[in-house]
Design a protein around this ligand. Structure first.
Ligand SMILES: NC(=O)c1ccc[n+]([C@@H]2O[C@H](COP(=O)([O-])OP(=O)(O)OC[C@H]3O[C@@H](n4cnc5c(N)ncnc54)[C@H](O)[C@@H]3O)[C@@H](O)[C@H]2O)c1
Ligand SMILES: O=C(O)[C@H]1O[C@H](OP(=O)(O)OP(=O)(O)OC[C@H]2O[C@@H](n3ccc(=O)[nH]c3=O)[C@H](O)[C@@H]2O)[C@H](O)[C@@H](O)[C@@H]1O
Length: 386
């Protein structure tokens, strides 16, 4: 760790980071990186700590004096301002961010993504503290190309679908499509953070992740999360593969996504943390434009990769189609296509993603198999016995 320098060759000074939502998927990877590769301290705030337990115990861990867990619900805890004051930088990751919740729990979604984030922005602004706020690629909503006729040649033109931080519009569906409650709340908090920067000098960076995936993402229903819960697609498909049941393709699996390996994405966040002069005042897309697939192609690739890592042949009917109404309920809608423009992050931080979709699925599904296969087998044999 000695002699670490930033992108401009200046020595990096150790700082204290108040990380809200540190116990989640992204937070757990960020804490791991900060503990193993940097001298920084983390005040880890969350209601859960299971995903960072390996970093908190035993007390003999090399970084034990650099990470503290604070079990705090930021909705109603007066200790939050004190922690933000103690830190040099606050990173806010806390959110409800699973699509199954957006149309079924729209109030919780809006409160979590907008109202609960307000005090964090306010405390940072009032106390002159830097803020890295996690938004989402969902703020772009649908592409302009989605509104062109199906056979229009313009659909092939990147100008109609590549998403640029400083140029693309935010296109959401009607209010009754409650799917957009999340994207809309995230957009408004982005505008508020930006305005605090413009009017009150808040030093901020906004991150728009594009489908970051990897180990510890969400939960496997009935194993380490509710049986009826619906996590994001990686965990849904992992659950299907572990149970040897068909992967469910919502509305034909035609939507397109670009998936990025969590470890590549965390490199980008570390650059933002350690290069404030280059990151402040910017909104950054963080994704992998080279890893685009339809959801159907993702299902096919995951099926192949899982066979390889588990040694089990795939089932006869690997996928089935389901309607979005059946899968998510009333009010669901979808982003058609999400390709991040990388110009700004390249210019400011010189960052590029590295890992191919096949490779990231291979390491992630190896983890899923090792972590869950036995537990799923046991849970299934219990259900059959009953
Ligand atoms: N994973 C992705 O690809 C992705 C994509 C786009 C945006 N994001 C954004 O990044 C952030 C982190 O996402 P993630 O994938 O790690 O999600 P996650 O659900 O795994 O992590 C969020 C964490 O925040 C905590 N939290 C929520 N409300 C809280 C509260 N009131 N008080 C204290 N803790 C609270 C949760 O317990 C959880 O541990 C979110 O803001 C999300 O919207 C993630
Ligand atoms: O990860 C991101 O960048 C953002 O996008 C996600 O949204 P989305 O990509 O729509 O969510 P997933 O659950 O990962 O679903 C991806 C696609 O797979 C489909 N899907 C999902 C699950 C399933 O079993 N089958 C299936 O076909 C969905 O309909 C959707 O088209 C979530 O909103 C957030 O975590 C985040 O802000």
């Amino acid at each position: 760790m000695a002699g670490r320098v930033d992108l401009d060759g200046n020595p990096i000074k150790p700082i204290t980071i108040c990380m809200i939502g540190a116990g989640g998927f992204i937070g757990s990877h960020l804490c791991e990186k900060l503990m193993s590769e940097t001298p920084h301290k983390v005040l880890a705030v969350d209601v859960y700590s299971d995903k960072i337990k390996h970093l908190l115990e035993p007390a003999t861990l090399a970084w034990a004096d650099r990470i503290q867990f604070h079990r705090i619900n930021i909705k109603n805890d007066s200790r939050l301002e004190g922690l933000i004051k103690m830190a040099d930088l606050t990173i806010n990751l806390a959110a409800i961010c699973t699509p199954a919740d957006y149309n079924t729990r729209p109030l919780d979604t809006i409160y979590s993504n907008f109202i609960d984030a307000l005090p964090v922005v306010k405390y940072c602004s009032e106390n002159g503290k830097r803020l890295i706020h996690f938004s989402t690629c969902e703020v772009y909503g649908k592409t302009i190309g989605a509104f062109l006729p199906k056979d229009s040649p313009l659909r092939q033109d990147p100008a109609y679908y590549v998403l640029k931080e400083d140029a693309s519009p935010c296109i959401f569906g009607p209010i009754e499509k409650q799917r957009w409650s999340y994207a809309c709340a995230k957009q408004l908090i982005e505008r508020l953070v930006y305005a605090e920067g413009a009017e009150n000098g808040l030093e901020f960076t906004i991150v728009r992740p594009f489908n970051w995936i990897g180990p510890r993402m969400d939960f496997i229903p009935g194993i380490d999360g509710p049986s009826e819960g619906v996590p994001r697609v990686l965990a849904c498909f992992s659950n299907n593969l572990l149970r040897r049941e068909p992967l469910k393709l919502v509305d034909g699996g035609e939507s397109q996504r670009t998936f990025i390996y969590i470890k590549d994405a965390i490199e980008a966040v570390l650059l933002m943390i350690e290069n404030p002069a280059r990151a402040n005042g910017h909104i950054f897309n963080v994704g992998n434009p080279n890893n685009e697939v339809t959801v159907r192609q993702l299902a096919e690739m995951m099926t192949q990769v899982y066979s390889k890592v588990s040694g089990e042949s795939s089932i006869e009917t690997p996928t089935i189609d389901v309607s979005s109404k059946e899968f998510y309920g009333e009010g669901y809608d979808d982003s058609d296509k999400r390709i991040p423009d990388m110009t700004i992050i390249n210019k400011q931080l010189g960052w590029n993603p590295k890992t191919s979709l096949w490779d990231l699925l291979e390491s992630t599904l190896t983890y899923q198999h090792r972590t869950y296969a036995e537990a799923v087998k046991q849970a299934m044999s219990k259900t059959t016995a009953n």
